[in-house]
Design a protein around this ligand. Structure first.
Ligand SMILES: [Zn+2]
Length: 342
């Protein structure tokens, strides 16, 4: 019986040694040390022996049991540690590897300029109005006092669509649309894309304009000058020189073009200002009474001013860009230079 116990112990030890996972360990524990296990089975036969033999074998059985329990515990810990190490190895992250490059976006110089200008006017109480880029000739020309035979229609080389509509040549039709549905007082700016058959280093067939319109009682040219001064100083800085030159637009009377002192040479003359020391920035004037009549506003009761400018022109001056086409090629080497400007 003693030999039997020892053999059982050795057998279990070998199995524990060979075992390679926790399930096997648990099976060994049940098979040898469990309530119906092999060790218990042997001990159940002890009753037939003498008290001395019983004592001796009982002690032996306990030693074997304790020994096996220690081995099982040890092996379990070993296997758990091994499993953990394998898991860590499998999901190993090399923190010294360079990370993926994530490209961050930023505003295009035209859009950031457009937003800056819009914010300046919104701060002065203007609201933003929008209109369609495919426009009725009536709104783009006729109601702005540009009749069919008017030379201004030749001045603007227009894209005509097959259905008789056009791609708007300026944002001014938004003024018409606004005045048709809203009674004064009106204070809007209308930013958006416009289209003309023009393409050279300073002209693009598609460009952005921003138009302003203010209609109320007793609006004067002085108000126009004040508003434009605030706007130009906020875009180009307080030290800017401003001048108004008489001009002609069909939809304003009187009309003026506004120049600022050249931001590149400071007025001494350079390539950008073509040696004049001045840069043309925008066109403006008092709304022509004919335009008010076309939209059903009484020109005896109300007066107003309007102005319009090209966003690309402003962006080119702000960022010293010499070719307008750079703004539209989508060349990332160019675009990346404007990261963080807004
Ligand atoms: Zn200059």
């Amino acid at each position: 019986m003693k030999e039997e116990l020892k053999a059982l112990g050795e057998e279990a030890k070998k199995l524990i040694e060979k075992s390679s996972n926790i399930d096997e360990i648990n099976n060994i524990r049940v098979e040898y040390l469990g309530k119906k296990g092999k060790l218990k089975n042997i001990l159940r036969t002890l009753g037939k022996l003498s008290p001395e033999e019983r004592k001796e074998l009982g002690q032996l059985a306990n030693r074997i049991k304790e020994e096996l329990e220690d081995l099982l515990k040890e092996k379990t810990q070993f296997l758990k540690k091994k499993a953990l190490e394998e898991e860590l190895q499998k999901n190993r992250i090399d923190i010294t590897l360079p990370s993926h490059w994530i490209e961050t976006g930023s505003s295009h110089p035209v859009i950031s300029t457009l937003i800056d200008i819009s914010e300046t006017f919104v701060a002065m109480g203007f609201s933003i109005a929008e209109g369609p880029e495919i426009e009725k000739e009536e709104y783009n020309f006729d109601m702005l006092n540009i009749p069919k035979d008017h030379p201004a229609r030749d001045m603007q080389d227009t894209f005509f669509l097959n259905n008789g509509e056009i791609l708007r040549t300026h944002t001014s039709p938004v003024q018409i649309r606004t005045m048709l549905k809203q009674k004064p007082p009106i204070a809007i700016i209308a930013p958006g894309r416009v289209y003309r058959k023009d393409a050279d280093p300073t002209h693009s067939p598609m460009f952005h304009q921003i138009e302003g319109l203010l209609v109320d009682k007793d609006v004067t040219f002085r108000d126009l000058k004040g508003i434009l001064k605030i706007f130009l100083e906020s875009v180009f800085g307080k030290e800017i020189k401003i001048r108004f030159r008489p001009s002609y637009f069909p939809f304003t009377e009187p009309s003026a073009e506004v120049d600022i002192g050249c931001t590149v040479c400071g007025g001494s003359g350079c390539r950008v200002c073509k040696g004049t020391g001045w840069l043309e920035i925008l066109g403006c004037g008092m709304v022509d009474p004919e335009v008010f009549k076309a939209v059903g506003i009484d020109p005896e009761e109300y007066t107003g001013f309007a102005f319009g400018l090209g966003i690309e022109r402003i962006a080119m001056l702000r960022y010293r860009i010499t070719d307008i086409r750079l703004l539209f090629t989508g060349d990332m080497r160019f675009n990346h230079q404007f990261k963080g400007i807004r």
